[in-house]
Write a protein that binds this ligand. Structure first.
Ligand code: ZN
Ligand code: CU
Length: 485
């Protein structure tokens, strides 16, 4: 032992391989935490004088920044189920809520039309302002940090009597006012879901009029585009034009080439994005599965792809079954079955694995789960996304190295969304950390059995608080509202 004086910390994590989230190589480094922040980083030879109230042995393990789930619909889940087991158990320490145009605030007194009902029923839409929602998150103190987007469809539902048309000048003015107030209260940006019937009638000018508000407030624009199928290049063009004219950074949500007719088109879409990135701040996220999930809409049902029911209000027993089997049992068409099952949710097996891999491997692509926490039989991405990227795609398929996998779910995400002092392991950053076993990390949730905790995630700390220990949830929760400006 050297004669250096002992240094005391709250937590010391020793003998792990540190992957710091920047994309740089793993290194043998120990990390010390005081309070909410990382206090020191040193080689094992130089940390012998450290003393932690809690000492974690990370030998044969990787220590990384806690994962940032940039695409979630956890707005209500963080309040109703603040333990957030599905996320903490994957190593996720921050969730971005309010994606796809759908946010729980600011709106009250509404029978949420699909897809707003992905967040729950009327009783949960109780927040007239974003300030009230964020205060509720702070009071509830979920296990994960929360960064909130304002949903365009939520703004429309609050300002308009009929969502099947474009907004008038007065309605746009009302939405701009609510958006500005939401950003001032701490929201990080605006999301749209132009694909959905609650927003499809909005033209680009309506979206630009809103996105402009983000520009001088440092907000970000994320979009579930108008079309991810035959007209995907038109939608990418619209997305780029919107971002340029509003002068804001944009994220293409859950990028995919949807429907069999468009399988194999990812070289074309990624080339578009690569070119757009020369003049526009454009990012993208993706989840590591060849199936998507959202509400069930009879207009989207056809026999060219498999469709599985995740929940049905009138027929809860249908959860987990294929609509083709249900229609056969009922002796009716797929569309008739969809009408009978609605309101409902579904998994659409609409992508090509080669496209999924090409999009995941594209360097600017971030990881976002798009998990739907209120489904009875959810898409397995809810419980499996991050371990699946680390285990299946990085280790087993060799799609990219582990440092790249971690970067796509930490440093790249924090940088893109402007989340200060998150997503990297360095002195002074928040102590959002995960310790995992690179040899065993693996998603166990499947389409048949989706509610399975992943393997190989050992410890998770959120703002310095132990939140998962040896794979078990801890009682203390330390999530905060995270802002970007
Ligand atoms: Zn979406
Ligand atoms: Cu989504």
């Amino acid at each position: 032992m050297s004669d250096t004086e002992a240094e005391n910390f709250d937590v010391v994590i020793r003998d792990g391989q540190l992957i710091d989230g920047t994309g740089g190589p793993a290194r043998a480094l120990d990390v010390a935490i005081s309070g909410e922040r990382i206090a020191a980083i040193a080689a094992p030879a130089d940390s012998g004088h450290w003393w932690g109230k809690l000492e974690i042995d990370a030998s044969d393990r990787v220590l990384a920044p806690g994962f940032i789930d940039v695409h979630t619909h956890d707005d209500n889940a963080v309040l109703r189920d603040p333990a957030m087991a599905a996320k903490i158990s994957q190593g996720v320490t921050t969730v971005v809520v309010g994606n796809c145009g759908i946010s729980l605030a600011p709106i009250t007194d509404i029978d949420p039309p699909p897809p707003l009902n992905l967040l729950g029923g009327r009783e949960y839409f109780q927040f007239a302002t974003m300030a009230a929602y964020l205060a509720a998150v702070t009071d509830t103190r979920p296990s994960v940090n929360v960064a909130a987007l304002v949903g365009h469809s939520t703004l429309r539902a609050g300002a308009m009597d009929d969502l099947k048309r474009g907004a008038t000048g007065d309605e746009i003015a009302a939405m701009r006012e609510k958006l500005a107030a939401s950003l001032d209260a701490g929201a990080i940006g605006l999301s749209t879901g132009l694909y959905y019937k609650t927003a499809a009638a909005a033209d680009m000018e309506e979206v630009i009029a809103l996105a402009e508000i983000l520009s001088d407030r440092g907000g970000i624009y994320t979009t579930h585009m108008r079309d991810e199928a035959n007209h995907i290049i038109d939608s990418l063009t619209e997305t780029q034009t919107t971002a340029q004219r509003a002068n804001v950074p944009v994220v293409v949500s859950h990028h995919k080439c949807s429907q069999p007719a468009n399988w194999g088109r990812s070289p074309e879409t990624l080339a578009f994005i690569e070119e757009a990135r020369k003049t526009t701040t454009m990012g993208l996220d993706a989840y590591p599965y060849a199936a998507g999930s959202t509400v069930l809409d009879p207009d989207w049902v056809h026999d060219r792809i498999r469709i599985m029911i995740t929940k049905s209000e009138p027929h809860p027993e249908a959860s987990g079954r294929d609509i083709a089997d249900i229609a056969k049992d009922w002796g009716c068409s797929l569309k008739e079955a969809a009408v009978k099952l609605s309101p409902a949710g579904a998994i659409y097996f609409q992508m090509d694995e080669a496209d999924v891999q090409r999009i995941l491997a594209y360097p600017p692509t971030m990881i976002g789960s798009d998990g739907l926490p209120h489904d009875e039989h959810p898409h397995p991405r809810l419980w499996g996304t991050f371990p699946r990227v680390l285990g299946h795609y990085s280790r087993d398929e060799g799609l990219f190295d582990l440092e790249t996998a971690v970067h796509k779910m930490t440093g790249l995400s924090a940088q893109t969304f402007g989340l200060k002092d998150r997503g990297v392991v360095r002195e002074g950053a928040f102590a959002d950390l995960v310790v995992f076993n690179p040899a065993t990390v693996k998603d166990l949730a499947t389409f048949e059995k989706p509610l399975q905790q992943s393997a190989g995630i050992d410890y998770v700390l959120v703002n310095g608080t132990m939140s998962l220990m040896l794979g078990n949830l801890c009682p203390d929760r330390a999530g905060q509202v995270v802002r970007n400006h």
